[in-house]
Structure formats: C-alpha cells, structure tokens
Ligand binder design. Structure first.
Ligand SMILES: [Zn+2]
Length: 326
C-alpha cells in the first residue's frame, strides 16, 4: 500500500465526513450487511491461529515473493495446490505488466470460491506479492533488495488460507470468494499507476453480474502489536461494513479493533469500490507503532508478527461470514 498526497487530502475530507456521521459510532450494524438479527443462528467455526501462523512461516520460507522471483513462483504454486484441496473452484487470473526495466512481468490473481452457485456472496481479499525493494530500511546498502514481507504479504494470505480450511469443513451460509491479488506492492513510492496491479485487473475484468454483498480486504494484520483503526477510505465507502466488523470485534472483546479514525490508505480496496464492490480495508499501518519501523524494511519478519494477531482478525472474519443469511 502507499501513502500519497491525494491520501492526505482525503484525510481532511474524511475527518469532515466523520464529523457529520458520529451517530454511527453506536455500532448498530446496518441491516443490509448484517442479517444476524433476522436469520437463524449458525455456529461459527473456530479459527486455528497456530495453523495460520504455520502458513505464514511456510510462505516466508519461499523467500521474497516479488514478481519474477523464485519465491513468487513458489508462492503461486503453494496457493494453487493448497486452495485446490479446499475450495469448490479455484481460478488463476493471469495478466501482464511492463516493469520498470522494460521487462514484461507475468502476474496472477488467484480466486477461490465456496458455494459458487449461491447468488449472495462475500468477497475476502489480500495481496500475496511482496515488495521488490526495501526503501525504508535503515541500511542504505540494502534498500534495493526485496523484502520477506512476513506481515506485508504473508499475514493476509495466512489468514485467508485458514479461513479456506474452515469454509471447506463448515459450508458457509452464503457464497464466499477469496481473492489473492498479485502486484499490489510493485511501484516506487508515490508512483500510483504501478501499485494495486492485481486488484485493478480483477476490478476491470469482472463480470457486470458479479456484485458481492460487500468485500473485506486484509493487509498487514500480522503485527504482534496489532491495532486496526477505521481506515479513512473504508469509512467513506462502506460505513455499514465498518460498523458490522467493529461490532463483531467488540462483542468478541478484541481491543485490537480501535475506534480511532485511521489515515486513508491507497490499497486494493479502492479499485473494488470504484466498480461497485463495497469494500473495507483492515490494515495496521503502524508496524509496530507510529514510527513505522518495519514497514518496507528487512525487519518485516515473522518474529515481529504473532499467531494471536492472525487469530483476532481470522476470528472476526469468521463471525462476520457465518452471521450472514442469503
Ligand atoms: Zn507494502
């Protein structure tokens, strides 16, 4: 993800917007996204946080997963083989992009669907690629080396893979699609056209008939010191989904979901919202804290992530999914 001048402008706008809508802070979920009060209760499977953390470790063991790397090939193969054992259907969406050195990058989104015949659908998504450089690293001599991306890349994949296992074992009340986007983190800082490559491709090529009830993007949610504020664009595009998710987190006693309004982040949820898929972004950009010390550095490693953080996010997502009715 990327912070940019437009984001800063948007922050001012979203503060104004929030000032006009504080009534939503009561946490009462909107009826169109939360059917809990009208539908039969379905038991919610338990998210196995240790198994998710094992996924994170395995994914990181492939090395950096930036486009064109060996780790990228291994990461894609792992997604394909793991999801094919779990999902009702798995689709690879290949596309290309001209890289900074003129080479053509071969990129792939992966989409795993559960109950594909059900019209009412929820979209969960993350990016699976990692950054080809570490321009925030304190060591200037290593800033052109790709990062491991334990949090910024592997954490979101790990949570969605464990959710895939639960969806496989416990068919959800609605259709669910898990989208793993490639090429999110390719661009130089501030060069927005070279970011969000996979989500842009997914959004631009989707069928007009595909309109999930809502989407939830997860990014950088493995931080051992997890705090997820209400991301600025999400509050603007999908306040009812924010209310739904934060209401679940509150009922579960998860203080990691903060009521603070976060800065707007340019991330994969933006192309989705533009094409009408109402999507929020769960992201802890302060990794580990306001100093952003590990973001886009070689310190983005598993020892700075935790199974507990994966468990908090995964548990909330399962409670959201299993409270839906068709
Ligand atoms: Zn990143």
């Amino acid at each position: 993800m990327n912070l940019s001048l437009p984001s800063i402008i948007f922050l001012a706008w979203s503060i104004l917007w929030t000032g006009c809508s504080t009534g939503r802070e009561d946490g009462v979920p909107a009826r169109d996204v939360d059917s809990e009060t009208t539908g039969p209760a379905q038991s919610v499977p338990e998210f196995d946080r240790q198994r998710a953390f094992d996924d994170l470790l395995r994914i990181v063991s492939f090395g950096p997963r930036n486009p064109g790397s060996d780790g990228h090939r291994r990461g894609l193969n792992d997604l394909w083989t793991t999801l094919n054992r779990l999902a009702d259907s798995v689709t690879i969406q290949p596309f290309t992009h001209r890289g900074y050195d003129g080479d053509i990058l071969n990129l792939s989104n992966v989409i795993a669907s559960f109950r594909p015949g059900v019209a009412t659908r929820i979209l969960l998504c993350t990016h699976w690629d990692t950054r080809p450089r570490a321009e925030r690293d304190p060591d200037p001599s290593r800033r052109d080396e790709p990062i491991l991306g334990a949090n910024d890349g592997a954490s979101g994949v790990a949570v969605l893979l464990e959710i895939a296992r639960q969806l496989h074992e416990h068919p959800p009340p609605v259709g669910v699609d898990l989208a793993f986007f490639d090429g999110e983190d390719y661009g130089y800082e501030g060069d927005l056209p070279n970011y969000l490559l996979g989500s842009r491709y997914f959004a631009s090529s989707k069928s007009p008939d595909y309109v999930p009830r809502f989407g939830i993007l997860i990014d950088m949610i493995g931080d051992a010191e997890l705090e997820i504020p209400k991301e600025g664009h999400s509050v603007s595009y999908a306040p009812d989904v924010i209310d739904l998710v934060w209401g679940k987190a509150r009922s579960l006693g998860f203080h990691q979901f903060s009521n603070r309004l976060g800065e707007p982040i340019t991330d994969d949820h933006l192309p989705l919202n533009v094409v009408g898929i109402k999507t929020i972004d769960l992201i802890d950009f302060s990794y580990p804290d306001e100093s952003h010390r590990y973001w886009h550095t070689h310190s983005d490693t598993p020892d700075h992530c935790s199974s507990e953080s994966l468990g908090v996010v995964g548990t909330v997502l399962l409670h959201v999914l299993y409270s839906q009715t068709p």
